[in-house]
Write a protein that binds this ligand. Structure first.
Ligand SMILES: Nc1ncnc2c1ncn2[C@@H]1O[C@H](COP(=O)(O)OP(=O)(O)OP(=O)(O)O)[C@@H](O)[C@H]1O
Ligand SMILES: [Mg+2]
Length: 268
């Protein structure tokens, strides 16, 4: 199921399809510094792909290019077979910090993500729906300084989803949260995506998080024969979500990913 059906006030329903995101021979250099080299990847509609890689391996650069915040040196990014040029309304980005406007309420911050020109009733209905989705209905009128870090990050997620993007790009969205809030946010993200299917690219440093959330995981890294980072590993995570954190199959995948990241817990 890759479409969510939304009822507008006049009673008609329309489908918002999750989009297919494709990186085609994508490269990025800064001067003589090759960061990304020949990235080829198709993220299927409604799929969640996690991106792992050492610090500096180009994860944020890849996301920023997809989000139109940076430009490729070679190759391109396509959304539903259509090359993107700059910031595209079908794509939304969320960052490690929630980036909320402090003088606006939770509801008003979410509203910033809505398309312009919506009829008032539709606008209010969408904000109410999003507040419900992230469990902040009772905090609609609070300012960012009156809510917790996890709540702020939920607000930021709702703002990103407000436009009903086909693609959601998340750059370490839970990286600044404490461990327990982080686990709650992971569950919340899965339930939000089940309600509003959206193709998602999730950058994370956390191997457990990748294994818990992703359909597939890529590891970015450099090879000896290529200057920039390429896709070093592409793994499909077994089993349906929510996944049993204790399963042996996932433990094996975690060990493999840590190995690919150069962290070998059994090194002699
Ligand atoms: N605008 C820029 N100008 C010059 N170099 C840049 C620029 N943006 C990124 N880089 C370089 O590209 C490389 C990859 O950076 P990027 O931020 O994508 O890494 P990352 O994988 O997201 O790292 P981290 O895990 O620390 O967030 C780094 O060496 C960085 O210095
Ligand atoms: Mg980064």
């Amino acid at each position: 199921m890759t479409t969510s059906v939304t009822h507008v006030p006049d009673g008609t329903a329309y489908a918002v399809p999750a989009a297919r995101l494709r990186f085609r021979s994508l490269s990025r250099s800064f001067g003589s510094h090759a960061v990304l080299q020949d990235i080829d990847l198709v993220v299927e509609p409604g799929e969640l792909v996690a991106i792992l890689g050492a610090s500096g391996s180009g994860k944020s650069t890849l996301l920023r290019i997809a989000g139109g915040l940076d430009v490729a040196s070679g190759g391109d990014v396509l959304i539903d077979d259509d090359p993107i040029r700059g910031i595209d309304p079908r794509i939304a980005i969320g960052f490690q910090e929630p980036r909320l406007l402090p003088w606006r309420s939770v509801a008003q911050n979410i509203a910033l993500g809505l398309p312009r020109g919506l009829p008032r009733a539709e606008r209010d209905a969408r904000i109410d729906g999003l507040l419900g989705l992230i469990g902040l209905t009772d905090f609609a009128h609070h300012r960012p300084r009156q809510i917790s870090g996890g709540m702020a990050q939920r607000t930021s997620l709702a703002r990103a989803l407000a436009r009903r993007p086909g693609v959601l790009l998340l750059d370490e969205p839970f990286g600044a949260l404490d461990a327990l809030t982080r686990l709650r946010m992971q569950d919340l993200l899965l339930s939000v995506l089940a309600e509003a299917p959206t193709t998602t690219l999730l950058v994370t440093h956390d191997v457990d998080e990748a294994v818990q959330l992703a359909d597939r995981i890529i590891v970015l890294g450099a090879d000896d024969d290529a200057p920039g980072a390429g896709i070093q590993q592409l793994l499909t995570v077994p089993g349906d979500r929510p996944r049993d954190r204790g399963s042996a199959e996932l433990a094996e995948m975690r060990a493999r990913l840590l190995g690919a990241l150069g962290i070998d817990r059994h090194a002699h």
